[in-house]
Design a protein around this ligand. Sequence first.
Ligand code: F6R
Length: 613
Amino acid sequence: MCGIVGYIGDKNATPIILGGLKKLEYRGYDSAGIAVIEDGCIELRRDVGKLTNLETLVKEEPLSGTIGIGHTRWATHGAPSAKNAHPHVGETGKVVIVHNGIVENYLELKEELEAEGAKFNSETDTETIVHLIERNLGSTGTLEEAVRQSLLRIKGAHGIVVISSLEPDKIIAARIGNAGGVVIGYGEGENFVASDIPALMEYTRRMSFLESHQMAIVTKEDVHIKTLDGKEINPRVDTIAWDPVAAEKGNYRHFMQKEIHEQVRSLTDTLSGRVDFEKNQINLMTLNLTAEKARAIQKIVITACGTAYHAGLVGKTMIEEMSRIPVEVDIASEFRYRDPIIDEKTCVISISQSGETADTLAAMDEARKKGAMVLSIVNAIGSQAMRVADGYISMQVGPEIGVASTKAFTAPLVDLYMLAIYLGDLRGTLSEEKKFQYVHDLRIIPELAGECIRREESVKKVAEAIKDIRNILYLGRGINMPIAYEGALKLKEISYIHAEAYPAGEMKHGPIALIDKEMPVLAIMPKDQWYEKMLSQVEQAKARGGMLILVASDGDENAKNLGDHILWIPDAPWLLMPVFTSIPLQMLAYHIAAIRGLDVDQPRNLAKSVTVE
Ligand code: F6R
């Protein structure tokens, strides 16, 4: 949830930047920093903890200048500390950067830079970017070109803002993928950049938004936006209404679409502060779990409702695979009335976006009464489900406004995956080698999610083609079986199309009777250990004349031959695959509902927070 603010004009940048960062505080952070160019030199102040600490530091050691950048950080590479906080200055002390995202190839780049003599001052991946820019500045001569060349070297999704004392009349901002937005704010004789609209609302309402692979060269009089290959873009400047909720919607037609797109960022934020790639560690401190407590757990029961329940079903496979603790998953409204068999050796985990769902809270009460350890995975900070638990994982996805849950579905998938590693580690069931692989695999999540989202246009074409269907059957197997449930739920709740989901292996026990040419079948068949089984299921459906919509791995020839429509997904480790199979299904449901002209964000009969039984 890192926040970025930058200013260039005639005023003192420091209070403007600190004020902007304050508006982003609600997103969470563990350290903060600011850099301004003062008398031709870069001055830097950074501190851990809340912004008030940074403000106190700035009072004690003032800094002022008319150009500057600031940042609030959630740690990914390196612990929260002043030296790991952004902004990061290079070795020459003449370039300084703030960054949102994860440099996926940072180990490789760091090695290369160190071999060339670079000295690193922090444990962050971000520092590699500033070293690259400095080196490229030497060879290209301009900051703009140096940033461009450097961005071509880093992998992953990023938002970055750079200033240099060598060219103190400009801020360079860039965006690759969706690790966070980059907003440009237009003032009179001054301009701004930020990661989010609220940071700038006090100073200007005129804003434009960088698309992926675009960079902005911002001076106090002008803004030039270019693609990373140098093509000048005529930016659309929007005037943002004061309503902060509407402001949050930005350029999107619906919140649901915005929230689908936000997943690169929300998934980056999910990892932030929890994964230490350097030390190969998962830190879930808010769970309050010790190795002793983790070893005492004999059974886990996950309880939740709706979409959150589907996340729990995926979590079962993850936790059993990595920690070898048996896991049951129960619909909260059933669990609470069933006199469940749980005791003090059971750990009950509730998953809830709102943290206020009546059935989920009642299930937590029931678990507590029976002496179980009660944990929660919750989005709404300070909600009941967070407060009453013995420990929690905060989803860190920010407010979810669309009634149909999207980013609050993929985030708990990753939380459960991290929890599985954490439990496996505490209980000693994971070898170092496996742990390394599982932790390492987390790195690619934001980029692969971005790749899925970039395919929206082709998903929209499928939506156009099938928008008039009246029924549909979703099939999945193994870890993607719950994604069939979730995909069907998304479709029915916002498009009102009857969608049923089944574990594919159950087809032969009854539902196959439904299939004829009037009943389309959507099958989730990535290349994983269930692929062959799914394939034979799909062939059977084909033989019965049903229209086939397949979610398939890139390059799958069988899918190409069989499917009427295909939602292609990139290859990914099987335990994380549900994150990527779910995104096209969210987009499919969204576009079908949007094409049908329905109220996507507030579907009939549904509430965002179900606080009644
Ligand atoms: C569906 C959806 C609901 C919720 C369910 C639980 O898109 O959003 O099924 O998942 O009502 O809500 P929370 O997660 O707030 O407990």
